[in-house]
Design a protein around this ligand. Structure first.
Ligand SMILES: Nc1ncnc2c1ncn2[C@@H]1O[C@H](COP(=O)(O)OP(=O)(O)OP(=O)(O)O)[C@@H](O)[C@H]1O
Length: 275
């Protein structure tokens, strides 16, 4: 379980990015973190794994209190937090398998990993993970030979190779088309359920967040202004989170995307029928 208590961050510039943020995420729960640009979503994710130093507050992950930790202890704690990134952050010239095994870097000594001599158990586990994310037959391919969706699957398998107790996921679908985005979100949710992993997903796409998250947390100017089930995201709440103008623009954009996707689908079906 993840517990955040009174988390506050003021940058040196004086920007107050988070103000007294508190919530708990139980095992297996997927939280969609939404909010307008500058609301503090990235800062929150970075404060949890201490890539950004919180000004005050606690971040408790099971038995660990991250803000209290010193360097060596923090390094050990970080390997228990799996990160999944928008741009995948793979080593492009390495194989899919090597990228997944790099999730073990925090556990395997430097020379052993440099020589790429991972323990047999790690390799067997990496094969299982590749199978789980549907990439077993691509294990020996270079990462740069994969599609965006496949790369994100490698990113997911790499995060799981860490044997994490929490997943922090930053815009996992921002570089993907709508169909692949849904497949990736579905995979993440299924995996969190299977492993009882709590997850926080920073996500711009409100429809996707609603469709796949167990719970939504809405940030506005560094404060939690909504915390509840996806069904609670009414027009009124969304207007409160995003402001009238931005929410209307986002809603219209989402409707246009859905229309374009339906048109593409109809076109493809027409072409198939003509064959
Ligand atoms: N390194 C930094 N130094 C100073 N201020 C920062 C820094 N990073 C973020 N901020 C400020 O903190 C606030 C929150 O920014 P943050 O990037 O966390 O928002 P966000 O919700 O992730 O936005 P976006 O969706 O655009 O990525 C903003 O006012 C931003 O300008």
């Amino acid at each position: 379980m993840l517990r955040i208590e009174g988390l506050t961050k003021t940058y040196k510039t004086g920007d107050r990015a988070l103000s007294d943020v508190s919530f708990e995420v139980p095992q297996g729960q997927v939280v969609g973190l939404i909010g307008p640009s500058g609301a503090g979503k990235s800062t929150l994710i970075r404060c949890i794994n201490r890539l950004v130093e919180p000004t005050s507050g606690n971040v408790l992950l099971n038995d660990m209190n991250l803000p209290m930790m010193r360097t060596a202890e923090l390094r050990r704690a970080r390997r228990r937090i799996g990160m999944i990134f928008q741009e995948y952050a793979l080593v492009e010239r390495l194989t899919v398998m090597e990228n997944v095994l790099s999730g073990r870097l925090g556990y395997v000594g430097f020379w052993r990993s440099f020589m790429r001599r991972y323990p047999a158990a790690d390799i067997a586990n990496a094969f299982r993970l590749l199978d789980r994310v549907g990439l077993l037959q691509h294990a020996d391919k270079r990462a740069d030979a994969l599609s965006g969706g496949q790369r994100q699957r490698v990113g997911i398998a790499r995060a799981l190779a860490q044997d994490p107790e929490l997943l922090l996921i930053d815009e996992p679908t921002a570089s993907l088309d709508p169909k692949t985005s849904r497949q990736i979100m579905r995979l993440i949710v299924e995996i969190c359920r299977e492993r009882g992993l709590p997850a926080i997903i920073n996500i711009h796409d409100v429809v996707l967040a609603q469709q796949f998250s167990d719970r939504i947390i809405g940030l506005q100017a560094g404060r939690v202004v909504f915390d509840g089930p996806p069904s609670g995201l009414t027009e009124g709440v969304l207007t409160q989170i995003y402001g009238e103008e931005d929410w209307t623009a986002m809603r219209n954009g989402a409707a246009e995307d859905a229309e374009a996707e339906a048109e593409d689908k109809a076109q493809a079906e027409k072409m198939l029928r003509a064959l």
